[in-house]
Design a binder for this molecule. Structure first.
Ligand SMILES: [Zn+2]
Length: 310
């Protein structure tokens, strides 16, 4: 027979057993819930990371950063052309470098452009080195800055011309450079320089892989092959007194040329000015003078209309 004490012990035992059971179940349930919540949190975090990554890719696709390589012509022992003043010679390499520095500063006023210079000091560089530099930097555009001298194959002795690829090879790259050339022609003519338009010159020795005459200038030839639109701007004739004193003599004049170059590049790339958000209207129906020097040295002159700027 069980007495009262026995009953109480059994009850106590049962109570303790059931309590332990309830405690164990609730702990397990709690852990499981925590695990589930943790999983949910992780899934949400993953989704949000994916969304951020996706957004980043979209932004990247929408906001391409254009790498513009500016190449101040000549340097070091290669002084280029010159203007003789009473005090001495003004060398083309110095004028080119000043325009380049202003151009770099100007281009920084626009969104989505990264500017890289082939030289930041007075050093000599071979055309090959300049081209290799641009290729290594994955340039989107290559703009070489020069000033002219003597009556050259183009037959003119004052004003600007933009040397562009013939378009005999990698036609689209050639066309892109020609359209950039049109933008530069428009802007430089507004500064007041005489407009000689675009100059295309064929090499007398080299052919492209497709058998067509290659571009005369090694820089253009090498960059076209690597899909980089490249132009050489001959801003003015440094040995022409009028060009020199009207456009190439003072800091303010050189800055004006650089501003024109920058506007042309920004208009071509359709990037906005950071302070105003303004995007210049793209060039269309632009009729430009072209001087095409063939491989036998004869020059053919004509006008061509470019319908879009890009
Ligand atoms: Zn030069």
């Amino acid at each position: 027979m069980m007495n009262r004490e026995d009953y109480e012990r059994i009850l106590l035992f049962l109570f303790l057993y059931i309590s332990t059971l309830i405690l164990a179940v609730s702990i397990r349930y709690g852990i499981k819930r925590n695990e589930e919540e943790e999983e949910k949190r992780k899934a949400a975090a993953d989704a949000s990371t994916a969304a951020t990554e996706e957004a980043a890719t979209t932004t990247e696709a929408e906001e391409k950063i254009y790498r513009v390589v500016i190449d101040p012509g000549h340097g070091g022992n290669d002084t280029g052309a010159f203007f003789q003043t009473e005090e001495g010679r003004i060398h083309e390499k110095t004028v080119n470098f000043k325009i380049a520095r202003f151009l770099k500063r100007e281009l920084k006023q626009y969104d989505n452009i990264e500017v890289i210079m082939t030289r930041t000091e007075d050093v000599f560089l071979y055309p090959d080195e300049r081209a290799r530099f641009a290729i290594k930097k994955n340039a989107d555009l290559f703009v070489s800055l020069h000033n002219n001298t003597l009556v050259g194959a183009g037959g003119y002795a004052s004003g600007f011309s933009v040397v562009v690829p013939l378009g005999n090879y990698k036609k689209e790259i050639g066309k892109a450079a020609q359209r950039l050339g049109c933008n530069i022609a428009l802007e430089l003519s507004e500064v007041g320089l005489h407009n000689n338009g675009l100059l295309m010159r064929a090499s007398s020795d080299y052919d492209y892989e497709n058998g067509k005459p290659a571009d005369y200038y090694a820089l253009l030839r090498k960059l076209v092959k690597k899909d980089i639109p490249a132009v050489i701007i001959e801003h003015g004739f440094i040995d022409n007194e009028d060009d020199f004193y009207d456009f190439l003599c003072t800091k303010e004049q050189l800055q004006k040329l650089a501003e024109a170059d920058a506007r042309a590049i920004a208009r071509y790339l359709q990037v906005s000015r950071t302070d105003t958000g303004e995007v210049l209207a793209p060039l269309s129906n632009y009729k430009v003078k072209i001087c095409h020097i063939k491989r036998n040295g004869t020059a053919k002159r004509f006008r061509r209309t470019y319908y879009t700027s890009k």
